[in-house]
Design a protein around this ligand. Structure first.
Ligand code: N01
Length: 538
């Protein structure tokens, strides 16, 4: 079949989002000669790194691997300052990429996509922008990210609050939030809360942290990179990249071959102590069964609990901070002086599981036990992860079926490889649900998807195919496989955003592929090499 010709508002491909995903997708498609347009809500590139400007926001992946690898020149040109750089540096990197590859001319900023409907007769996606403009494309590609739909709990009375309030993921772009001398409240202690709380505490008059579930966090031990290490890594990048591609999570760290139960308590303690001192995610790599064996998991959990009790001077506060879920089954967190922050005189910890928040009042927060007066309230309450950003858009495939309806059918999300959906031809999701995404090194996971989609579109063009669609059978099999893999681990047992448990009414399923990045990458390559097995091509 022929692909219909296009007008001014008609493109070969439309991509949503100008973060890591959208920028590389644009570059890749433009290089291949596809007429591509990116729509981005913000007025600059960066995606989550554009919006997350909260105090203390920084990367928690080793930055030397937290970048694109597609351009050797870019790899050589860019140098990260430290192990875990702050948000402005990561945003500078993405701006640098946009400039280097001249990407901005095909990005329309301050433009929200509100709807995308598939026109079956013409094999085109009809896309609506917030101002009502209609555009169309043969291929519709989502680069909306996994964690971009903010979760702001519907507390009674928020509209009556007389102070100022912010969500970490929508920090103001042009207002400097000044905490000096102010009574500040932070709700939430996931990665965003744990990063921002120590920084806010240093400036605020008084900080009250409203904690529902205590979390495990590990010291990041950030430090400037040694120039010799950077030089050596840059010289050997061509050998490192294949290792990243084959690895479990997109980092060149080999998993331990040992169970935590193979070592005596003394040896194991030393292993954990060494990892704790190194900082970062080393502790999660110490043994191969921490997320699959309850007894092994407990050894690591108990080690971190002992660190909390050692660090926090007030035993009552320490006990409130001690977590009891399986370590690692909620996203592990890296911190800089998080637990130490509770030794400060200007910091109070409120356990809102014991005394839940009843309402927000004009003056602050009222729990079942007390009212806390606040000038500034920070929601570090996370996101409707994985599916939320996609479901904010009215996406309709064949027969007018909405993505929301499709994913509600059978009570859980189903995708093929986290890349595609039966019933939604020519629609691709970069790091969609049921791909390794957030459990892998994100820029690498994004690159893998973008390359796969780019190759696929070139294949379709080369073979005169105008429509590609996942088959229902392939999709069911993939979803079943994802669930089976997840069920061999402890992950589904936690109430986390990985499962959708953090959003009231969201169907619960494990939304990330847990088979490992390297394994997944090979599956995708295999599917492509078999002429896109599991897809129907018309
Ligand atoms: O969100 P979260 P986040 N009442 O969902 C609490 C990535 N990230 O923005 O655990 C009271 O983890 C909630 O409590 P509970 C990273 O992948 C990366 O911190 O549900 N509390 C929890 O404490 C991360 O995992 C970086 O009981 C409420 C908190 O809010 C993901 O983003 C930095 C509540 C939410 O924690 C999300 O992290 C930042 C309520 N009604 C984020 N509702 C990097 O370092 C929610 N909470 C790269």
């Amino acid at each position: 079949m022929n692909i219909p010709s296009r007008g001014n508002n008609d493109f070969d491909a439309i991509v949503i989002g100008a973060g890591f995903s959208g920028l590389y997708m644009l570059h890749r498609l433009r290089e291949a000669g596809f007429h591509t347009r990116v729509f981005e809500t913000g007025d600059g590139v960066g995606g989550v790194w554009y919006w997350n400007r909260y105090p203390g926001a920084r990367c928690d992946s080793e930055s030397i691997y937290y970048n694109y690898t597609f351009s050797e020149e870019l790899l050589q040109e860019w140098t990260w300052s430290s192990r875990y750089p702050e948000q402005p540096e990561i945003l500078r990197y993405l701006n640098y990429v946009a400039d280097k590859f001249d990407l901005r001319r095909d990005i329309q900023f301050q433009t929200r996509v509100t709807a995308a409907h598939y026109d079956e007769d013409n094999h085109r996606w009809r896309i609506t922008l917030k101002d009502g403009t209609q555009v169309s494309a043969t291929y519709f590609i989502s680069g909306v990210g996994c964690l971009s739909a903010a979760n702001i709990p519907k507390f009674k009375g928020l509209d009556t609050f007389q102070g100022k309030w912010y969500h970490t993921g929508h920090w103001p772009q042009d207002e400097k939030v000044v905490f000096k001398g102010k009574r500040v409240g932070v709700i939430g202690n996931g990665s965003s809360g744990v990063q921002s709380i120590p920084v806010i505490a240093k400036e605020a008059g008084h900080l009250t942290v409203f904690q529902r579930t205590p979390q495990y966090t590990i010291p990041a031990r950030n430090h400037p990179y040694d120039p010799a290490f950077i030089r050596q890594t840059k010289e050997t990048y061509s050998q490192i990249i294949p290792q990243l591609h084959e690895s479990w999570a997109g980092f060149p760290i080999a998993p331990s071959p040992r169970s935590a139960l193979d070592d005596s308590p003394e040896v194991r303690h030393q292993v954990y102590e060494t990892a704790w001192e190194k900082g970062g995610f080393f502790l999660t790599y110490t043994y191969n069964d921490l997320t699959i064996n309850e007894a092994s998991n407990e050894t690591a959990a108990a080690f971190i609990r002992s660190k909390i009790r050692e660090t926090v001077h007030n035993p009552e506060v320490a006990e409130k901070l001690v977590p009891h879920y399986y370590f690692g089954t909620k996203r592990p967190i890296l911190d800089t002086h998080y637990y130490e922050t509770y030794n400060r005189e200007n910091v109070t910890l409120v356990d809102v599981k014991a005394a839940p928040i009843v309402e927000i009042t004009p003056k602050g927060i009222r729990t079942t036990e007390a009212e806390y007066e606040l000038d500034i309230l920070v929601f570090a309450t996370g996101y409707d992860g994985m599916t939320g950003p996609l479901l904010k858009i009215d996406i309709r495939g064949k027969n007018g079926l909405t993505l929301k309806e499709k994913w509600a059918n059978g009570g859980h999300v189903q995708t093929y490889l986290g890349l595609a959906n039966a019933g939604f031809p020519n629609f691709f999701m970069i790091t969609g649900p049921e791909s390794p995404s957030v459990l892998a090194n994100m820029p690498l996971a994004i690159e893998q998807h973008v390359d796969w989609i780019g190759d696929c579109l070139q294949y379709l063009r080369g073979h005169g195919v105008c429509e590609i669609e996942a088959t229902p059978e392939a999709e069911q099999a993939w979803s079943k496989h994802c669930k089976e893999v997840a069920d061999t681990t402890l992950y589904p047992k936690a109430d986390s955003w990985y499962t959708g448990a953090n959003i009231a009414g969201k169907p619960r399923s494990f939304l990330i592929y847990l088979g490992g990045f390297g394994v997944y990458r090979n599956i995708c390559l295999d599917v492509a090499s078999k002429g896109y097995e599991g897809f129907s091509l018309v």
